[in-house]
Ligand binder design. Structure first.
Ligand code: NOJ
Length: 592
């Protein structure tokens, strides 16, 4: 693996709408981000990914772009964006934007032109089809297809794929009776036709325009979906709606690499840009092509623990993840990626529940006292932070923000949660159970405003926040944690400082990864080893005290999530109270 300029960095995701509101309209904005750059610098992060701030109707909170060259006025102006780039540069911070090019908005001018003339040039920018109404199939006429589905007014759809946000992927083209367009996400997100070289050119020009402005790179949204299995066809339905998941089509689509390689060569590579792909369901043999030395992307997210336990039947059937399952996911990824490239490690993002509410068993969270809960949050932070790869922090993670306690479906904004609600209710799931499932899985959990202080609206806005603030903000907020030397925020700062400490960074960045005590239930532990140095991360990821063997004599404790408390350690053994976690340098010799 070639060493890259970004390997020793720590990355941070901002969800601008919920980060910091500078003008009191209840919506976070770019000037608000600029005001907080010193905070981010102090935390120790280097790369900052902004979820979309382009012009957008915000049907999917900005993942529906109506102008790639404009900033949405709710987030600020292009001058604000330029100022952000300048201010970031002054502080050696790198700004990365979201690249959303599987689809645009139905309010983009390309789509409006396609609606005006589906058979003209812009019709080719999308997947449009002129359809016919179903007739009673005459056997052998070719009209009868095994799994065909119709629009509500009887047009036979080209395929039965279910959009990620529910319902068929085909929608009537505005202003037309018999033309339909494809959207694998929301109906306000029509898919761009990557098979059309003109579309690809438009996209590359736009990417280069941004990189020339001084952007460090992109997080690349939903990118695997750009390649469709064509011609369109239906697959066996997997729910009573007669539709099938898009994942089924993606298994059959081949050739996405040609598009990705072209995009890399025409844009990212000449700019030495940093890119991180949102890639689900990749096959192990594809990893070198994705994140190897000449990969399509610099890095990609590890979603193995994110998707663990999710059920196609609905959110109420999703399984919670145990510490041992979580360990398995982490270790499997480490084994798979090995030295191929640098994976990006997360415990949450704007599409996921809060990491502390998912990866610390909820029954533990409920039954522990405040102090142990904080210890557990630190344990999770330390465990994911030092596995090999690039650590990412999602806004609010560094202060331990938790899932939102949902009272009613009326509080929900997220379109994925609203669809999940319908799916569950249709299956007869009770309101209470459906609400609890959304509370565990919904995307709003991560989107509630950042908890800056105990003041009005958690200090996020002087106005009325666009999404409700988590009521725990009086207890969990940055202002209080900055003052408290034992806070989670301070611990995150220590984690970052340790990864960057020149005495240990070679091992923590490039050292090998070796699971340790992988058969011990609720022990999350591994070794990072380089020539001449071994670092052990050892977490008692459960409530009971455990005495554990050491693989070699401890040389130095580098980090302890319960500093100042007695730590019974002999040459060969260590005793850790519930959730206690230590990072230690080991001496050269090994006991076994
Ligand atoms: C993935 C993004 O992270 C998510 O928020 C969005 O809804 C979809 N892609 C569609 O762009």
């Amino acid at each position: 693996m070639k060493r890259q300029w970004w390997h020793d960095k720590v990355a941070y995701q901002i969800y601008p709408k919920s980060f910091y509101d500078s003008n009191g309209d209840g919506i976070g904005d770019i000037p608000g981000i600029i005001e907080k750059l010193d905070y981010l610098k102090d935390l120790g992060v280097d790369i900052i990914w902004l979820s979309p701030v382009y012009r957008s109707p915000l049907a999917d909170q900005g993942y529906d772009i109506s102008d790639y060259y404009e900033i949405d006025p709710r987030f600020g102006t292009m001058e604000d964006m330029d100022r952000l780039l300048r201010e970031a540069k002054k502080r050696d911070l790198y700004i990365v934007m979201d690249l959303v090019v599987n689809h645009c908005s139905d309010e983009h001018e390309w789509f409006k032109k396609a609606c005006a003339d589906p058979e003209g040039e812009y019709g080719q920018y999308f997947y449009l089809r002129k359809l016919e109404k179903a007739q009673a199939p005459v056997p052998g006429s070719g009209l009868e297809t095994e799994y065909s589905v119709c629009s509500p007014d009887g047009y036979v759809l080209p395929c039965n794929w279910r959009s990620y946000f529910g319902g068929p992927v085909w929608e009537k083209l505005p202003g037309h009776e018999d033309w339909f367009y494809l959207h694998v996400f929301h109906r306000k997100q029509p898919d761009l036709n990557w098979e059309n070289p003109k579309v690809r050119e438009e996209i590359y020009t736009m990417i280069n325009w941004w990189l020339d402005k001084g952007l460090a790179g992109f997080r690349i949204d939903a990118i695997i979906n750009i390649k469709k299995a064509l011609p369109f066809r239906s697959y066996a339905p997997d729910r009573a709606d007669g539709l099938c998941t898009i994942g089924r089509m993606l298994q059959e689509a081949s050739g996405v690499g040609e598009f990705l390689g072209e995009m890399r060569d025409r844009t990212f590579k000449p700019h030495q840009a940093f890119t991180v792909g949102e890639v689900f369901n990749e096959k192990a043999e594809e990893l070198p092509a994705f994140i190897g030395d000449n990969g399509y992307f610099s890095s990609m997210f590890d979603f193995s623990e994110t998707v663990w336990g999710s059920s196609p039947a609905g959110w109420h059937k999703n399984k919670g993840i145990t510490p041992d399952d979580y360990r398995q996911c982490l270790f499997d990824t480490q084994k798979k990626v090995a030295d191929i490239g640098f994976i990006s490690n997360i415990i949450e993002n704007h599409d996921e529940p809060r990491g502390v509410s998912r990866y610390i068993p909820p029954q533990d969270m409920q039954s522990m006292d405040e102090e142990m809960r904080l210890t557990a949050k630190k344990a999770l932070a330390a465990v994911y932070f030092f596995v090999k790869g690039l650590p990412w922090i999602y806004q609010g993670q560094e202060i331990g923000m938790e899932n939102y306690p949902l009272q009613s479906i009326d509080e929900v904004d997220d379109i994925a949660s609203l669809d999940a609600w319908k799916v569950m209710r249709r299956q007869g799931v009770s309101e209470q159970d459906a609400l609890r499932a959304i509370e565990r899985n919904g995307r709003d959990n991560a989107r509630t405003p950042f908890q800056w202080s105990a003041a009005h609206a958690a200090g996020f806005t002087t106005g009325r926040p666009w999404l409700q603030v988590n009521p725990n903000f009086t207890k969990i907020n940055l202002e209080q944690q900055v003052k408290d030397p034992a806070s989670l925020f301070r611990f995150y700062r220590d984690l970052i400082a340790l990864r960057k400490n020149p005495q240990y960074s070679e091992t923590l960045l490039y050292g090998s990864f070796e699971p340790y005590l992988a058969d011990e239930s609720c022990i999350l532990s591994y070794l990072r080893r380089s020539s001449g140095q071994t670092i052990l991360v050892l977490s008692n990821y459960g409530k009971e005290t455990r005495t554990l063997p050491l693989p070699a004599k401890a040389k130095k404790i580098l980090l302890d999530n319960c500093p100042g408390r007695d730590l019974p350690v002999t040459d060969r053994k260590i005793t850790l109270s519930g959730y206690r976690t230590v990072v230690m340098e080991l001496s050269g010799g090994r006991f076994f």
